[in-house]
Design a protein around this ligand. Structure first.
Ligand SMILES: C[S@@+](CC[C@H](N)C(=O)[O-])C[C@H]1O[C@@H](n2cnc3c(N)ncnc32)[C@H](O)[C@@H]1O
Length: 282
């Protein structure tokens, strides 16, 4: 059946387009339809599978996983190329002792990706977030990339706040058992001081707190709790706030001062802005 409302809408769009074209022509412009080139989901799956195969050819251990291909396009602020470093790291430290952590979870899209990768293991997942957004920056946090065009670092205080329930909903949606994860709610300095259910041993951590202080504290905590072979991925290295790189670099300098405890890899920025720390010593 023809929907008269739709016909009316199409006709008014036609008129609107004609008026707009004429107005633009007066101003010396022409309207062109975009080429409409878009990456379809099946093309994305194809690309991701080829990438996984390529990674595995160079000695990696990524097991094909259909859910992963659905979770990758949902990520916000983490490009799939960076996400594959998370997937790869989780595969590499599968046999390392300890739990898996994410520091800074927001709406829980990376948490869903991580949970999906550890579904078949027995590792517990610890998720840390204030759920009140970013705390106040300090002097070491200089605005490097003004992501939301807010004009100053201070203006980011309180941004990125998401309800905790969103994270639970995401994990429920991929059937990650509720008894396998703990949400540590609160600002991290307080959580480290007062939370009695912190992980005793950590095999993998994704650190995505965006600012100097929480990252520095987290790297200190991880230094105490990670074992040899553990991997820490620090997101936003040399992106957004200068404090992230400063926190990671200072930490490495302190911890590696007597012996090479952490190996650090900073991939080409085409993959994303992050640093991968692998613990080589006790
Ligand atoms: C960039 S978002 C995390 C994004 C998420 N990992 C992802 O990729 O979808 C940063 C998060 O860190 C949290 N956060 C920042 N500083 C914190 C602090 N000191 N304590 C607790 N949470 C903090 C914010 O609430 C925010 O949700």
């Amino acid at each position: 059946m023809i929907n008269p409302k739709a016909v009316r809408t199409r006709r008014s769009y036609g008129i609107l387009k004609e008026v707009l074209m004429k107005a633009l022509a007066v101003l010396g412009y022409e309207l062109h339809q975009s080429s409409g080139q878009r990456l379809t989901f099946s093309n994305f799956v194809n690309l991701a599978q080829a990438y996984e195969q390529r990674l595995n050819e160079s000695g990696n251990l990524i097991v094909a996983n259909e859910n992963r291909l659905k979770l990758l396009p949902r990520l916000q602020g983490t490009p799939p190329s960076e996400a594959y470093f998370i997937v790869d790291a989780l595969a590499k430290c599968k046999d390392a002792r300890g739990d898996v952590c994410e520091f800074g979870v927001a709406q829980g899209e990376t948490s869903a990706l991580i949970s999906n990768e550890i579904q078949s293991s027995n590792n517990a997942l610890h998720l840390f977030d204030s759920f009140e957004g970013l705390p106040k920056p300090i002097e070491k946090d200089q605005l490097k990339d003004d992501m939301f065009s807010l004009g100053s670092m201070e203006a980011y205080t309180g941004t990125m706040s998401c309800p905790e329930e969103l994270v639970r909903t995401r994990l429920r949606a991929i059937s990650f058992p509720p008894q396998r994860f703990v949400i540590h709610k609160g600002f991290i300095d307080k959580v480290f001081r007062a939370d009695s259910s912190l992980p005793k041993e950590v095999s993998f951590a994704y650190v995505d707190f965006d600012l100097y202080e929480p990252i520095k504290l987290t790297l200190d905590f991880l230094h105490q709790t990670t074992s040899t072979g553990a991997i820490i991925i620090a997101d936003d290295y040399a992106f957004f706030s200068t404090g992230v790189k400063t926190a990671v670099d200072e930490s490495l300098e302190e911890k590696n001062s007597n012996a090479m405890i952490y190996e650090c890899l900073v991939p080409n920025t085409r993959y994303g802005c992050f640093a991968i720390l692998t613990k080589r010593g006790p």
